[in-house]
Design a binder for this molecule. Structure first.
Ligand SMILES: [Zn+2]
Length: 347
């Protein structure tokens, strides 16, 4: 038997986070009710926090939603018609709620189907004691994996796995990761596990140290030297086989193309609205491949989990702070001031 009210975070878009009482949601047809055990704070939550959400109903001035799109917990109730998920299952939430029958949805790309909705933006998310999610979005977590790892796996780690899989990152590659926030840190872990040599780029000493502790082979402090020159130095002038741009800084996005070797592969993962690209110089005459990395197809989950378990990837190392939900105001403020790396609410 579950409670009827729960504690949940709500934001008003003015740089504050409140913890309030809300009714425990009832799982609709095809949905499951999950008791939350971990819910991670993401940089994109800051867009809700400051009133300019990148996605979702809140952007249109609709009712406030509970944030949190990286959450994991235990299934405690099933809606009508649910099959394949049972009470007691340990699950993480797949954030894109979309049309499973659409050709793109069938391939697992629910976030590319028309009218898709985002967990924690368009619908209530995981920064609460309970959340509901379609059974199709309940990602099974193996017994060996913590809820915290599961929560973090659903966004950065999954995104990096899918992106580097598409880029074919492997032994023999030199991978430059630009921007060592949580996404860049996940990129380092995945690239190392795939057997690449990794160069981490950032402007902050502390983040470069963290990158080394995650396994980066070399670092470039782009507050001290030009990033392109630093990567050239570390690669004997050839440039990086792969550049993964996680900062979203337009100068770094251009730099990623400059720093890539001929026949190189580049992924943009950090979001921005415009960047300068010289098609002849960057793409055509270098025969470069440029892709966008954004989340992962639902169908890739089992492979992601198996990869993380097989390579014993220390996902918890991405987490610098843990908070009880009641400290949400402090947690979001600290994350906003960039005093934390990945921060997670735990129960
Ligand atoms: Zn996220």
């Amino acid at each position: 038997m579950t409670a009827t009210t729960m504690r949940a975070v709500l934001m008003s878009g003015d740089g504050t986070a409140d913890v309030v009482d809300r009714p425990v949601p009832t799982p609709g047809p095809g949905e499951v009710l999950v008791q939350t055990r971990a819910s991670a704070i993401c940089r994109s939550d800051m867009t809700i926090y400051h009133g300019n959400p990148v996605l979702g109903a809140v952007r249109t001035g609709d009712d406030r939603r509970v944030p949190g799109h990286e959450a994991a917990g235990v299934v405690v109730a099933l809606g009508e018609g649910v099959t394949g998920v049972a009470v007691g299952d340990r699950v993480a939430g797949y954030l894109a709620i979309g049309d499973e029958r659409h050709p793109l949805g069938q391939r697992g790309y629910l976030m590319l189907t028309p009218g898709w909705r985002c967990f924690g933006f368009d619908v209530d998310g995981g920064d609460a004691e309970y959340f509901t999610i379609p059974a199709h979005n309940a990602l099974p977590l193996p017994e060996a994996m913590s809820f915290e790892a599961g929560a973090v796996l659903t966004d950065m780690v999954g995104t990096q796995y899918a992106t580097q899989r598409t880029l074919g990152v492997g032994p023999g590659d030199v991978v430059a990761v630009v921007g060592m926030g949580p996404m860049g840190s996940a990129a380092v872990l995945i690239a190392k596990a795939r057997g690449a040599r990794v160069i981490a780029v950032d402007v902050l000493d502390t983040r470069l140290e963290h990158a080394r502790s995650l396994g980066a082979d070399a670092v470039v402090d782009s507050s001290q030297e030009d990033m392109v020159a630093g990567i050239a130095r570390e690669t004997g002038g050839a440039g990086a086989d792969v550049v993964i741009e996680c900062s979203g800084n337009p100068r770094a996005q251009r730099g990623a193309l400059d720093a890539a070797a001929k026949l190189g592969r580049v992924a943009y993962v950090g979001e921005s609205q415009s960047a300068e690209i010289n098609p002849s110089e960057h793409l055509i005459h270098k025969q470069l491949t440029l892709i966008g990395g954004w989340y992962f197809p639902r169908t890739l989950w089992d492979e992601i989990v198996a990869f993380v378990v097989e390579h014993d990837i220390p996902i918890e190392k991405l987490i610098s702070h843990r908070f009880p939900l009641e400290d949400a105001a402090e947690a979001f403020a600290a994350f906003d001031r960039r005093e934390t790396e990945k921060a997670v609410f735990i129960w």
